[in-house]
Structure formats: C-alpha cells, structure tokens
Write a protein that binds this ligand. Structure first.
Ligand code: SF4
Length: 339
C-alpha cells in the first residue's frame, strides 16, 4: 500500500508552495494515468496536490493574438467538441476523438494529457528493470518484446513511445505550453516540452518537478481547410497508436505553400519533422511529392525485433494523411472506420 498525504489548494500560489515544500509530491487532476501508475506501484508519491480547484484553468479563451488558450483543467471532451476548436482547429478535435474512450476523455484534462507516461510493458512491470522507472537498471525492451516501441529518436537507454494523440496535433499546430512554478511563469514551445530519451529517459518533459501546467495556447493558424489525423492501431477504438500522422497543409492552385507534419507512436515525443515540411513547400500536392517526403521522414528510422513493420506503415500513413489533407477529406473519427 502506498501511504500519501493529500492537499487541495485553492490558489496557484498555494499549489506552488505545496510543491516546493514536498519534494516527492505529484500534481493530480483527472488521474486517468497517475492513479493507474499508483495502483501498479510504478509511481509512489508521498504527497498529492489536487489542482482541480485552481481558479481560471477550466475555460477556453480567445487570445489577443487571435488564437485560443485552453486551460489545463479543460477536459479532453470539452476541447474536442468546443465549437471554436471544431471550426478552427479540426485537426486537434480529430486527434482527441481518436484517443482513449468517451469515459476517459470526460475525466482526462488538457494538462494531464501532456504529462501521461509511456505504455511500455516493462515500465508498468515493477518485476523487470526499466531505465525510465529506475535509472541505470537497463532497458529490456531493446532485446525483448518491442512491437509498440519507437523507431525514431531512440537511444541505447530507452525506446519507449509517447502515447498521446492530442499532443501529435498540438505539435503540428505549434502550440505553446504555459507553466508556473516557484520561479514564476514561463512559456514553452511545444517542440521543446517533450524530450527524446538520450541518457536520461526518466525525464519525459522539460517541465521542472515543482512546475504546474496552466494552459496550452493555439496560434491563430489552424489549417482548418486541409488537414487529417490518421491513426493506425490494433483495434479501431480504445487503443494506442502503432503509427499516427497529423498532416496540415496550405494549398494554393495545386501547390503546397506551407506544410506541417507530426507523427505519433514512433518516438519518445510527438515526432515533428520540420525538414520534411520545408521539403514539401513549393512542391505540387501530388502522390509523388508525398511519397518523397515520407521516404525522407523515415530515412533515419531504425526497427527492432518486433516493430520494423512500423517503418513501412509510417511511410504509407504519411502518404495517405497528406493526400487526405490536400484533398480536404480528413480521416473521420466518429464512425471509427479506416476508409
Ligand atoms: Fe523502460 Fe524505456 Fe526500456 Fe520501456 S523502453 S523498458 S520505458 S527504458
């Protein structure tokens, strides 16, 4: 049994003070991942700081720059079905609806989605070593069962993947994460929020232990006309991505003016490839262009014993998602059919 104390601060200042005075504290909101991890004794916090009563974090607001600011406590469901998000950022709505189940999306928060941890089997099994759970103990996934593991950005310490769908869309949309801690508030570009494993796979993000997520800010450009979120998985619902692709294009006269491309299920973080995006700009929006870009994205990929199939799967998924985006026929998430 894990013994822990519990606090439910009513202000941000109080929450930050709680974190500063309890070095082994964890913030909790929806609890859809942290409570599971506590049941498996993967996480053993001594103190829980319940942030669900912090004021002002439960709403979606327009920003002065013309974007949207989504409070950390807004549920995944509320984001996905928000009229402004559906109309201006349908890529984000689509990615959220591709993930989890309706019940989980009702409880899961925006801040928590960013901070959910890998679903690597070994990470959850405390009878096995795992560098992410216990630094220096080893990574059995590299030689072991690794069908769901990463093919890009891996290290010899960890080959885990980031499980979120929402974060893949946020990477493509160039969101910004607003956080607060004892040193004040700061804004973190989405590409810098999650990390590759390197020598320290125990750190998933660049967030300090005593910092709390306040909001995710979307820039004005939402690529509403030409986007697609394509998720490939073992079941058509309630399953993590083997490979997913967030594609967003600005197309003019059959030519790609601007492109955004991010992948899920293939790396320790949402895998955005700005080189591929630059390569697409100025090219005709054709199957040949998309195939060349897909090849470039997957060129550095490395497959392991069970997951080498992901390389070709990702290549095909990129081509398909870009074609869907260019045609303005995004992947439907409502009926769960892969067209
Ligand atoms: Fe642990 Fe990462 Fe290896 Fe999985 S892949 S066992 S999370 S170190």
């Amino acid at each position: 049994m894990i013994r822990y104390s519990y606090a439910r601060p009513g202000s941000l200042e109080e929450a930050v003070r709680e974190a500063a005075s309890h070095p082994e504290a964890k913030f909790i909101a929806g609890g859809t991942n942290l409570v599971d991890l506590m049941k498996y004794e993967v996480e053993r916090p001594r103190h829980l700081i319940d942030v669900t009563r912090l004021p002002g974090l439960d709403r979606i607001e327009e920003t002065q720059a013309g974007g949207l600011r989504i409070g950390a406590l807004v549920s995944n469901t509320a984001v996905a079905w928000d009229e402004r998000v559906e109309r201006r950022y349908p890529l984000l709505s689509s990615a959220i609806l591709a993930g989890a189940s309706p019940q989980l999306r009702n409880a899961a928060t925006t801040g928590g989605n960013l901070l959910q941890r890998t679903r690597c089997y070994y990470f959850y099994d405390t009878a096995t070593p795992c560098n992410k759970r216990e630094p220096g103990s080893g990574c059995p996934a590299i030689e072991g069962v690794n069908r769901i593991h990463a093919i890009l950005g891996t290290s010899d310490r960890c080959i885990a993947t980031h499980p979120s769908d929402m974060c893949v869309a946020l990477a493509a949309l160039e969101a910004v994460v607003h956080v607060a801690g004892p040193r004040g508030e700061r804004a973190i570009p989405f590409a810098e929020f999650h990390r590759l494993p390197g020598d320290t796979p125990e750190a998933d993000t660049t967030l300090a232990r005593d910092e709390v997520v306040l909001a995710v800010e979307l820039p004005p450009e939402g690529f509403a006309a030409n986007h697609s979120y394509l998720k490939l998985r073992d079941r058509l619902s309630y399953a993590f991505a083997l490979v997913s692709v967030a594609a967003a294009l600005e197309v003019e006269g059959g030519t790609v003016k601007r492109a955004r491309l991010a992948l899920g299920g293939v790396a320790h973080k949402p895998w955005r490839d700005t080189g591929a995006e630059a390569m697409l700009a100025g090219r005709p929006a054709t199957a040949e262009s998309f195939a060349a870009v897909a090849d470039a994205v997957l060129a550095p990929a490395r497959g392991y014993k069970d997951n080498a199939f992901k390389i070709d799967l990702a290549r095909r998924a990129i081509r398909r998602a870009l074609a869907q985006a260019a045609a303005g026929t995004p992947q439907s998430q409502t009926d769960k059919r892969i067209a």
